[in-house]
Design a protein around this ligand. Structure first.
Ligand SMILES: Nc1ncnc2c1ncn2[C@@H]1O[C@H](COP(=O)(O)OP(=O)(O)OP(=O)(O)O)[C@@H](O)[C@H]1O
Length: 651
């Protein structure tokens, strides 16, 4: 395989090449499954390969995919270096840890950010202290984030952008303000998040498992997209001087550029010296006793303004556009080209330079304190899979969270459900899609008996709702106490929020826990505050629903649902009553619930979101399941003509 071919293919190709090279090298492999899947329905994970003794004091770490779409470069470097040095010989005191695609979602979906629109390299801040403020970005936000691809709003944004460029000395003056990262606009560029994201938590877990023993550590974080085209730069990014930087200067001399970051710091390397929250900071913080040399290989591609335009367009596409359209495909292609050019020379140069840096650093690492004898690497343990508590894959072998068999419902003469069945395993997200009037909402309402089905069975968490027949042949619940009990385990989020207008947000949330679950008041209040923090509404607890935006009301409604600790959450078009700019904040909360392993049945018209977040899609047509399956199958290869027509209308 030619070196440049190591860059090609999708997430699964990169992953299988890395795993093959790592096993050939004799590495122990561990997979950290990501809670979401890729565009082809593939299971996503961050994989690690560890070569050497577990107690090795000297450790070389290679990280790829911090910015998802840049992943193919880092992956190619890892795969090539592991293959090039096979069969591996290592001294007893030296080990290698390759962390493959730390933001696997971003690589799989070709996004620079992660599943929460977060720039991972701005997320490693000290969250105890709270995020820094970026007032300058706030003044630019409306100029770089627009809701419509064309039209007056986009034109106004373009004018504002040009005016800002004139005011701040061109794009070069603007870039440090935008790229510094910001923590106030979750739909914005270089958003650092509102807490540690999955990739952040996973990296820290990996380091504390595999690097804790090491006292001398070299870390390479592999990037593209900044600096001159095809000219890989070697950088070390730090908030201040430390021993690792001197070590780096000693190894690389003038080939290493040290970038000291700070609010008004500058650099000519193409990366943002104004930013905080870099991986480099995280590694040093995670390994406080070690001497750490954090290095970045940064391969320049297109000029900075073209790169940021590609990122901006992708941000629009993800928030307001549709990926599966000619425009969507054009935007994705431009984004990929801005980070991984289809250019054999660029690829070969970047790869060869990175491998040289690895070799040089590794030679010095082995020599620290005197080189020990090299020996063949011992046989590796088989692949292990670490399932985080929060990412446990929907449960095989457990009883289903929900089973619905052959559900029928009529309104007068109108047959709305004509035998709908559905099974959801614990932790699964099932999305119901279909035209208006196809019966989706009615189906949800029948599950918790807000509507009474005429026939069929509903089993929730193993308990079947007992029904009896009336003299006219209809089915009604046999035991209303059972219905109440089961209902208390099923949360429902409505299109129109349904908050009590005369109660504050906090009172809305504690109402049912106090009266239905009989929780102690203080416990209910504490839980409510924790939930408000989770949905980003800590400040709003004393406000009344009428004082909140639609998106905030819906997030409060979600917190109220969660307060009942539901086994199953039903969401009935939770974003369709919202203005477009408020949809994203609610989808992000729902996505977080999915990542945390909540079982959810979601009725939605947000196709891209359904595709990304669901394990299963059900397409209803005239009260029947017309098509069902994994999102990648249903959206990419619809079997029925009706589904094809529906997608053509909605995508
Ligand atoms: N309470 C009711 N009484 C009479 N007809 C009803 C009632 N609720 C729903 N319907 C009818 O049942 C059909 C299915 O409605 P339902 O709301 O389940 O569809 P849907 O697929 O959720 O549509 P949408 O996407 O527009 O919300 C529609 O024709 C609707 O008018």
């Amino acid at each position: 395989m030619s070196p440049s071919a190591l860059f090609s293919g999708d997430f699964s190709d990169l992953r299988s090449r890395f795993l093959a090279a790592a096993s050939q090298a004799g590495a122990s492999l561990v997979a950290y499954p990501h809670p979401l899947h890729g565009p082809n329905g593939e299971q996503l994970s961050t994989d690690i390969a560890y070569l050497g003794r577990p107690d090795a004091a000297k450790l070389m770490v290679l990280i790829s995919g911090t910015h998802g779409v840049e992943g193919p470069f880092g992956s190619a470097c890892q795969t090539a270096w592991l293959s090039q040095n096979a069969p591996w010989q290592l001294p007893d005191d030296t080990a290698v840890l390759a962390i493959h695609l730390i933001n696997p979602w971003g690589t799989a979906w070709s996004r620079r950010v992660n599943e929460d629109n977060v720039d991972l390299n701005r997320n490693f801040i000290d969250w105890q202290k709270g995020p820094p403020r970026n007032e300058r970005y706030a003044t630019l936000h409306d100029a770089v984030v627009w809701r419509a691809w064309e039209g007056p709003e986009r034109e106004r944004a373009a004018e504002a952008y040009d005016a800002a460029k004139r005011r701040f000395g061109g794009y070069a003056g603007l870039a440090p303000m935008i790229e510094a990262g910001q923590y106030a606009f979750s739909d914005g560029l270089y958003y650092g998040g509102d807490g540690p994201v999955w990739s952040n938590r996973t990296l820290i877990e990996i380091l504390s498992t595999f690097a804790r023993q090491a006292s001398e550590v070299v870390v390479f974080d592999l990037h593209t997209g900044a600096g001159p085209y095809g000219y890989p730069a070697l950088l070390s990014v730090a908030e201040g001087e430390h021993a690792g930087l001197d070590w780096g200067r000693h190894i690389f001399g003038p080939a290493l550029s040290v970038v000291l970051t700070g609010t008004d710091a500058t650099t000519d390397t193409g990366i943002a010296a104004t930013a905080t929250g870099y991986v480099s900071a995280a590694v040093r913080k995670a390994l406080p006793k070690a001497r750490v040399l954090p290095l970045v290989v940064e391969c320049g591609t297109l000029n900075g303004e073209t790169v940021i335009e590609a990122v901006q367009a992708d941000n629009w596409l993800h928030l307001y556009g549709k990926v599966d359209t000619p425009l969507g495909e054009r935007i994705k292609k431009a984004l990929r080209a801005a980070f991984i050019p289809e250019d054999e020379d660029w690829r070969n140069t970047c790869l060869a330079t990175a491998l040289r840096h690895f070799d040089r650093a590794f030679a010095d690492l082995k020599a620290v304190g005197g080189a020990s004898a090299e020996k063949p690497v011992p046989a590796a343990a088989p692949v292990a899979v670490i399932a985080h508590a929060e990412t446990v894959h929907p449960g095989a072998g457990e009883r289903p969270a929900l089973e619905v068999h052959d559900l029928h419902k009529r309104f007068g003469q109108l047959s709305v459900l004509n035998g709908v069945s559905l099974t959801a395993q614990p932790g699964e997200v099932v999305s119901m899609i279909g035209s208006s009037g196809s019966g989706k909402s009615t189906f949800l309402r029948c599950i918790n008996l807000l509507e009474q089905p005429h026939d069929g069975r509903v089993v929730i968490d193993g308990e079947e709702i007992r029904m009896k027949k009336t003299p006219d042949g209809n089915a009604v619940p046999a035991d209303m106490r059972q219905v109440e009990r089961i209902r208390s385990r099923v949360g429902m989020v409505f299109q129109n929020f349904n908050l009590w207008p005369h109660m504050t947000v906090l009172e809305n949330i504690i109402e049912a826990p106090l009266h239905v679950l009989k929780e102690e008041r203080q416990a209910a209040v504490d839980h409510a505050h924790a939930l408000l923090k989770k949905v980003g509404l800590s400040e709003k607890h004393a406000q009344y629903p009428g004082q909140l935006s639609g998106g905030q009301q819906q997030r409060a409604a979600i917190a109220r649902t969660l307060a009942m600790r539901p086994k199953l959450i039903l969401l009935d078009e939770p974003t369709s009553a919202l203005d477009p700019e408020l949809v994203g904040e609610v989808l992000r909360v729902i996505r977080q619930l999915a990542e945390e392993g909540n079982t959810m049945i979601l009725v939605t018209h947000e196709m891209q979101f359904a595709r990304e977040v669901s394990h299963k899609i059900l397409f209803l047509h005239q009260g029947k399941v017309e098509e069902e399956g994994a999102p990648a199958d249903v959206f990419t290869n619809p079997r029925s003509e009706r589904m094809r027509q529906f997608l053509a209308r909605t995508l």
